[in-house]
Structure formats: C-alpha cells, structure tokens
Design a protein around this ligand. Structure first.
Ligand SMILES: O=C(O)c1ccccc1NCC(=O)[C@H](O)[C@H](O)COP(=O)(O)O
Length: 265
C-alpha cells in the first residue's frame, strides 16, 4: 500500500533530521514565539461548512496537479476569497511539498495553517511549530495508540492543535479514546485511491460527543458536495485538487466556501 511506502521513506527522513537537530534549542526557540492561531475555532462554526484550502502541488495518485504551482499566490487567493484555514502539504518525495512552503505561506496570510505531512516523531512537532504551523495532521493508520496519545499531548504542550485523521470505524474509536477533538474523516481509499463521501456519512453517524469538530477530507469538488456534508453536520471540508486544478481558483474557493459561485472552472 502507498501509505507503507510513504511511511518507510518518512522514517528515513526523520532519522536524518534527528542527526542535525538540537531539540533543546528548538524548544527554547518555541518559548519565544507568539501563541499559535486557533485552528479549531476558525473551522468550527456551527451550521455551515468551513473551507480548509490545501496547497497541493502533486499527489501519488494523480502526479503533478498544478504545473504553474506558486504556493504564495495560492495562499493569497485562498485568503482573499473566503477560506477559513490553509493546509500546506510539506512532504517532498510523494507530494512535491516542502517545509519552506509553510514558512513562506506564513508570511502571506493571517489564517490558521495546518501542516499536512506524515508525522510520527516528536521532532516533527517542534519543527512544525517553528515553521509557522498552528495545527498538524496526525494519521491514525500510521500511529499506535501510545504514539497517538504522546503526540497529542506534546502538540498541546507546544501550542499546536491536531487534526486526527481516520479512514475506518476502528480508527475512529481509537482516536476518540485518545481524546482527539478535531477529527478528519478521509474519503480516500488508500488501496484504490478512489474517493467516496459516503465514508464521511458512515463515520459521522458514530460521532456524538460534544466539542468535537469534524473535517471531511478528499474528493470534495463542488457546491453539491459541500451541501451534502452540511446536511451531515460536518464542520469543515479539506479540499486540494479541486482548487489547484480550477481555471479560476478564486471563483472555486468562493463556490466551496459559500461566498458565490463560478461558471465553468
Ligand atoms: O492525494 C492523494 O492521492 C493521497 C494519496 C495517499 C495518501 C494521501 C493522499 N492525499 C492526502 C490528502 O489527504 C489530500 O491531499 C487532502 O485530503 C485533499 O484531497 P483532494 O481534495 O482530493 O485533493
């Protein structure tokens, strides 16, 4: 499965990073930073679906999505047209992202920023906060219960919020048990890469605790999809491909964020 290949590559990347990083110095630098922005609050407005707009150059399933990719420009367009938060893919080998994109996007917008990567080690949380992230993605499928609990606690200590991603009922039960408060339901089947919003419909029905913010991720392309998610009570939609491949990106952001539509994009 692609996730296993990504994780093997990420483990090697993190081991290399550890050889050149001074965690204590990173922790010292973090104490000097202003507080992170409130990602959960920005995306959790009841009664509507907030847009988390993703800066995504490529994907393992589709290759290069955006040949004239410009992360700074995307951040400005997303901010000016009604996105509630921005997700920045920083994985290089599989998504052609870069940590520097996060730092540079931070200079373009005041919106909360999600670092989207494959986080499995505390060092990556320190690195994320220093690069300007307000929130990080934690993927239940690649973390044990113990790792998930530890990373959630450290993220909170560092002032980061965590979007915890699930694909199945079993993963959902694990992350609720671990105390996740922002849950991402990923509609992408990682074996086939097919997306189906029914995944959100199925898992959403199993979340009934108060204070949980739910994000539907992947395969969201148009206003009808957003309306369907709204009918389920989902708080936010995470969208990459439909935005970066749109002919008029600003229009597409407005269509998905509910601020007016666009024709033929
Ligand atoms: O995008 C992929 O092909 C992919 C493959 C394997 C693991 C993760 C993958 N995507 C990460 C994401 O979660 C998406 O970038 C995000 O949900 C936005 O999805 P989309 O709107 O469908 O680009």
């Amino acid at each position: 499965m692609i996730l296993q290949r990504i994780i093997e590559s990420k483990k090697q990347e993190v081991e290399k990073l550890k050889r050149t990083s001074d965690l204590r110095d990173m922790a010292r630098q973090i104490t000097k930073l202003p507080p992170a922005r409130d990602f959960k609050k920005a995306i959790g407005l009841p009664g509507s679906v907030s847009l988390i707009a993703e800066i995504k150059k490529a994907s393992p399933s589709k290759g290069i999505l955006c040949p004239d990719f410009d992360h700074r420009r995307l951040a400005r367009i997303y901010s000016e047209n009604g996105a509630a938060a921005i997700s920045v893919l920083t994985d290089a080998p599989f998504f052609r992202g870069h940590l520097a994109y996060l730092e540079e996007v931070r200079q373009e917008t005041e919106l909360p920023l999600l670092r989207k990567d494959f986080i499995m080690d505390p060092l990556q949380l320190y690195q994320s906060r220093l690069a300007g992230a307000d929130a990080v993605l934690l993927i239940a499928a690649v973390l044990s219960d113990e790792e998930l609990t530890q990373l959630l606690a450290l993220a909170e200590d560092l002032g980061l919020q965590a979007l915890v991603e699930v694909h199945t009922q079993e993963e959902l039960m694990r992350v609720l048990q671990a105390g996740a408060e922002i849950i991402g339901i990923n509609n992408r089947n990682l074996h086939t890469f097919d997306t189906d919003l029914v995944t959100t419909g199925t898992l959403m029905g199993l979340i009934n605790g108060p204070g949980i913010t739910v994000v539907s991720e992947s395969g969201i392309h148009n206003r009808e999809h957003i309306q369907f998610l709204n009918s389920l009570g989902v708080h936010a939609a995470l969208v990459g491909e439909a935005l970066v491949t749109a002919r008029d990106i600003g229009c597409k952001v407005r269509e998905l964020a509910g601020g007016g539509g666009c024709i033929a994009s």
